[in-house]
Ligand binder design. Sequence first.
Ligand code: SF4
Length: 346
Amino acid sequence: MSTAERETPLLRLEGAEVHFRAREKLFRTTIVRALDGVDVSLNQGEALALVGESGSGKTTLGRVSLRLLEPTGGRVYFDGEDITALSDGRLKPFRKRAQGVFQDPFTSLDSYMTIRQIVEEPLIIHKIGRGNERRERVEWALDEVRMRPAGDFLDRYPHMLSGGQRQRVGIARALVLTPEYILADEPVSMIDASSRAEILTLLNELQERHRIAYLYITHDIATARHFAPRTAVMYLGRIVEEGPTKELIADPLHPYTQGLLAAVPEPDPANRLQERDVLPGEPPSPAQVPTGCRFHPRCPAFMDGLCDVADPVPVEIDGGDGGTGRTVACHLHTDAGRERQASSGE
Ligand code: SF4
């Protein structure tokens, strides 16, 4: 790996925004802030989990990262190139290097195509190989996702496969182009529990074997610990905490992360958080983002006159050893918040 490769993240979103106007009443519209100023980066071969409740903006961020959605603000860089506003034609080299595996293996595969046609299609679109060469590459991709022997599956249709097998086909279709980046958007949420661990293990193995960078989107923070060394937590269109997964789970800093973890059934009572930390209520609509800290109406640590007024910016948390690579956006970790806590404790 060259120095340049080490220094340039493979994927980088800078202040990414997706705002759109939605009709509220007959003659009234409102601005929906689905993604509201997100900075995130992913190095070559790295896996980052993106967790949060539904409606937090995870899928929007994922779609922006693949340029399936053009952001209304901010920039998207891939391997140092600004791809924010490239036309479809100029995005083609990027599309070959960046692929997606999506949530629903029942609708994401064309039911009228055979498995061979489904996996081969990206090769045709990108004019890669022909005839036997393509067939070999399709069989290679099916073998990589452990659909063996690959030849047995080529002429089958999606309805002849289980949910887990369909998701493997979806992964093979992404893998056949040997991409450097894969967005895995809730890849196991719609398949039966018995296949989930197998699919996550498979994605892990492929990442290591082919040095693929993953953005792994999930509402289930428990699966992040088995999959990604780094985790970012999203709430209402923003990343509120980010850091090494082990540390983030062992010692969550943001009250929202604490709530997400408390909602996970934890077999070891020593690791259970207190009931008061569990998230109360539902996330507000991204059309009505609260003032100040957007989490304040649900936060058990809310500080009146601060949290409802000032929007906390992400701060780096120093672990005492020159930094831990952790950031959190919460007044509990700002000077103003610490002063408030000190004065209320006097
Ligand atoms: Fe809670 Fe205030 Fe921190 Fe927001 S800034 S998470 S309201 S303590």
